[in-house]
Write a protein that binds this ligand. Sequence first.
Ligand code: SF4
Length: 240
Amino acid sequence: RFMAETASILNPHKTVLLPEPSAGCALAEMATAEQVRRKREEAPSDTAVVCYVNSTAQVKAEADVCCTSANAVEVVEALPQRHILFVPDRNLGSYVAEKTGKDIIPWDGYCYVHDPNVSTSAVGELKRLHPHADVMVHPECNAAVRRHADFVGSTSQMLRYAAESDNQEFIVGTEEGFVHPLHERNPRKQFYSTGSVCSSMRLITLGSIRHALDRMTNVVEVPEDIRERATGALERMLSL
Ligand code: SF4
């Protein structure tokens, strides 16, 4: 849902369909606008609110700036503030803290697909079976898993890493479906998934897409006041 909302926020004159209305995001649902407002009030006065795009439109509307997993470090580094309220993913927040040295005020949200389902034991078992494989994990994985990795990055960064690496084998710590584009772009290389599945993503099927297109149903609507404020946070990300 958050991707459909973001597409709608940035393209207010276009029709955006969400093929399966119940396809939400467990991580996005771990922060509400009210909680963010309260936490901002409690934070030091020079605090910026940085919102991962895997969040609701209402939470984006409370943020000073949005970020993706690919640009979170650069976005936080570019901000003048020392204190950062980073919502809603605690692991991406701790990864950004490690990389930037800034004071990240933690938010206790997490994506179960990456934490705990990409675990040190799952990665360790694959490494035992494929000792020469490089381990690539997403920064939504917890710090213990990240420490086992040869590479930590977003899906676009993992695609680039796999393509540019001389290695022929990779252990992949993110949603299982991501091994398909990796295979497509690197047909001679081997990719071993930790087998972590997002049940929400799996709700979107070819059938549900066709159904939504045939009937033009399940149009995503973002209230105008929310859209305007969320656009500001998204545009600030693009300008940094
Ligand atoms: S994998 Fe699923 S639960 Fe996790 S952030 Fe993505 S959509 Fe949300």
